[in-house]
Every structure is written in structure tokens, then in C-alpha cells.
Design a protein around this ligand. Sequence first.
Ligand code: ATP
Ligand code: MG
Length: 569
Amino acid sequence: MRMSRMYLPTLKENPAEAEIPSHQLMLRAGMMRSLTAGIYTYLPLGYRVIRKIENIVREAMDESGAQELLMPVVQNAELWKESGRWDKFGPLMIKFQDRKGRDYCLGPTHEEVITALVRNEIRSYKDMPLNLYQIQTKVRDEIRPRFGVIRGREFIMKDAYSFDADYEGLDKSYQAMYDAYTKAFADCGLDVKAVEADNGAMGGEGSHEFMVIADVGEDHVAFCNKCDYAANIEKAAAGYKKAVQEESLKDIEKVYTPKQKTIDEISSFLNIDKAKTIKSLAFLVDGEPVLVLLCGNDQLNEVKLLNYLNGEEIVQVEDEEFEKYFNSTPGFIAPVGMKKGVKILADLRVKDIVNGVTGANETDYHLINVNPERDFTADDYLDLRVVQNGDLCPVCDGRLELKSGIEVGHIFKLGTKYSESLGATYLDENGKEQLIIMGSYGIGISRLVAAAIEQHHDEKGIIWPKAIAPYQVIILALGNEEELIRVSEKIYDELSKKGIETLLDDRDERPGVKFNDADLIGIPLRITIGQKSLKNKIVEARVRRTGDEIEIPLENAIERILEVLDNIE
Ligand code: ATP
Ligand code: MG
């Protein structure tokens, strides 16, 4: 491509709307433009990268035996009502009506559509295993679209769905996707980590997320510093080792603690370590009162609580409702003498507290020297807290380390959630009707572009891994003398003939502008041809990632350029 003809609107300055490097660079490198919040047009340079990624993902999917199809973006409400997600997805879904007043949405995901398809097509166990995928635009009305294509309201996803006759089959289909994802990300030249994840609203049992570790990531991931345990913070289990206690139990005592409601207030008022305070949190889980106990410096992981209770909705109790549900008062609630019928769930670390502090279920009073099991009983002790940096690994004796990550892929074992609600069955070997066992698997193609830039850039611009670079070579013709143009065009033609995607910067611009743009758009190999180099019968090659500069003799320039290119990652 000749840059004099190319639609490549690069920008010198960082646009004010972009907060993070990938967003800034995608705008500055002329890869995309925003239409409205979270909705983008991909310009030619950006779209080339998208197509590269799509093709790498497509190849890995095809190799795994999955087959590509294309489903509708426009989906009718009946289907979503059948699965129960019309209301559950709520405002995340863009809904509208047709001219006859029928309800529709723009597909945020395709479990419903694909299940409705196969329920009419799969008849027998012999029709499975089956894995169908598509690469398509998804629409989600995200509350906070931000960071450019990392969280868009319209974005490109590769989504796949597997169908099996039994759970062993699902395990195999799931592993095949895990392997295909691992390969696709590696083929893109990206460092992506698979971590255990919670199934959340998707339902089912078993899930992994694929994360690009980056400071700007909105997800938090716990990694063990010793073994290969890695989990999203929503899922990450805290290791537990019983603490050895030497202190003897003292008598419980009520103390006057006017206005001291929070853990910080009470620990400084009583001059007691926060680890000795018992944090009591009042919730309604699906309408039922639950008192959660945590060590004072821990935070509740609501996902763990909901999973344990098999609950759907967790709400904090309003101040006026403490009396009604808990016979207590906000700021001073405690498990000691708690109203009968309230479920009390405590984190494992609470059991180890000796002579701790709780509220007294009475305004302006606390209890000191409270001892679990002597002064109150919990219905259960379990892992309920959000893991913190330095916590014990749940698998070995290593320590957990927290990092930020960008979720670029997610795989789920769905089980029968959708086949049950939408009635997708098959006949087994004995002619008995059974529910189809499903899995669902997504890759955020457009998000991946930004994640790749977060992982591969410097202060001058993008540094594309070769596999997803929009072009592999850029030739800078520094001048408009006849000989210089002739040599530049010749190298450009020959490289193009060899199938190397090459840019020729033949614009009437100063050398500085050309150098800066080449760095900004991140092409792996730059070839510079100037008057001086021509006199010496050489061209200059420079590797974008390493900055290595190589002088290449004109006589066998193509051969040498191909060699250098071959060695770039
Ligand atoms: P997130 O937690 O980031 O909102 P999600 O868990 O809701 O994402 P999935 O339903 O698992 O997303 O979708 C599969 C993949 O699609 C994600 O792993 C992510 O890479 C991508 N994706 C999801 N939402 C967006 C979005 N708003 N913009 C761009 N990509 C997205
Ligand atoms: Mg996800």
C-alpha cells in the first residue's frame, strides 16, 4: 500500500477522551474513530489487525473441529423470555419493537439463538459432539463504556457453543476450547494467562478466563508465587491454616462505645487490633436475613456468599429494617444473642479470634472478650473473604499475588441450563430422551486489539507482534529524487510480490514525520532509503521492537530483508 493513497489519519497529540495507552494509540495511529459513546468505526489500519486476529482465532477453532456459522444480531423476545434472561439481562440489553409492536433485542450473546437452533436439529446422541461458532458483532449497553474498544457497547466477539450427550463429552469439548484458545493467543504473539473463574450469571459448573496482565485491567487476578494456581479474585479461594492461640479466654463484657460504628472507629476507640474485631454484615439474600461475620480487616466476597447459599440476589439491609429482621441496630449488630432464624455465616478466620470485639445489638454498646462458639454459634464457617496480596495459596504453601488483567476470553461449562429452559433434548442409545449438555466459549476480538497494544507499546507508539501487525514492513522513501524513488518502488514491488504486506511511505512529508508515523503505527520492520544510503549502495533496516539497526547492501536487499523479517517475533 502506498501511503500517499492510504486513508490513515494519524494524530500528533493524545485525544482528551482517551485515558489509557491503547485507547490513545488506536486513535493516534488512525486505527479507529468513535461514532458515539462505546461505538466505533474501524479504519483500514485497525480493521486489518482485527482481520488478522479473526483469522488466527478462526484457524485455531477450525483445527479443534468447531464449525463456523453466522447467527442473527436481531433476536426476538420470546426466546429470551423462555430462557428467563429477558428480564435478567435487564438494561444491559438494547431492546426495541418492530412495526407490529413485537419486542426484540440486539444480541448481547447467543446461547438462546443457538439452543433454539439445535433443539430442532439434534435428534440423537449420534449427532454429537458438535461445536458451532461465529465471529460477529455483539451489543451490550454497558453502564460505563470506557477505555475505547476494551469496554465498548458494540464489539466483535468470537462465540462458540458445544453440544454433548454426557458430561465426559463436555469435559473433552471444554478442554479442546481451552487448548484452541491457548494456541490462538500464542499465535497472536500475546502473553495470556488462563485463570479459574466464577460461572456467575451464565450458570453451570466450571469456567476459565483468559487474561492479559496489564495495569489498566479492570479484572483482578490472584496468582500463587509457588504453584500454578491462578484465579479471578471473584473466584480465588483463600488458603487457611489454623492459627495457634496462646491467649486464654476472658469473660465477656459490655462496654460503652458512643457513636463508634465502623471497624476503624471501634478499633481505635478501644485501642485494639482490627484483626480482633468481628465485622458483622447484615444482608437479605433472596429476601432471607443473613448475618455474615468477617475478621475486621477482611472484605466480603459476595460471589462466595451467593454460591454457598445458591442465591440470586444479595441486598444490604436498610437502617430501618435492622429491628424487623435482626432485632438489632445498625452499627452495633452482632452474632451474640442474635434473633432466632437468622442464618449466621462466618469466615474461617473468625473462628480463630480469641477475646474479640463485636457490637452488642444495642445502640452505643459493644462487647469485648467475645469468643466464637462460646458466646455465639455460626451456622457454618467457610471461606467468604476477598483474597489479599500475601494470603496463603489454597493449593500449596505459597503466597497469593494480586495483579490486574484484561479479560480477553472466557470459557464456561454450562451443563443443562439452556437445554433445560429451552427444551433441547436428544435420544440416547436406549431411545430415552435426555437433555443436551452445553458449553459456551467467547473471545473478545476487538478488545484483544487494545489488550495487545497494552502489552506491546512504548512512548513512541505501538509495537505489533508480527502475527497481528497490519503490515510487516514499511519503506520510508526520504526524498523525491528519481533514483531514490526507483529503488524504493523496486523494493516495494518485490516484497509485495513475495507476499510480504508492505507499506511504502511515498508521501511528500519531512523525514521526521515519516519516522514518527512509522514508530506510531508499530510496523515490525522499517526500511529507510535516503540519498546518503544510496550513495553507499545500502538501505537501512530497523527493527521496531528492539531498535536494532542493520545496513543492508542494495545488491541482495530483498533476500536480506526477508531474513531479518524472519527473525522478528
Ligand atoms: P466483562 O466482565 O469484561 O464485562 P463478560 O464476562 O461480561 O465481560 P463474556 O460474556 O464472558 O464477557 O464475553 C466474552 C468475551 O467478550 C469477554 O471475555 C471479553 O473479552 C469480550 N467482551 C465482553 N464484553 C465486552 C465489551 N463491552 N467490550 C468489548 N469486549 C467485551
Ligand atoms: Mg466473562
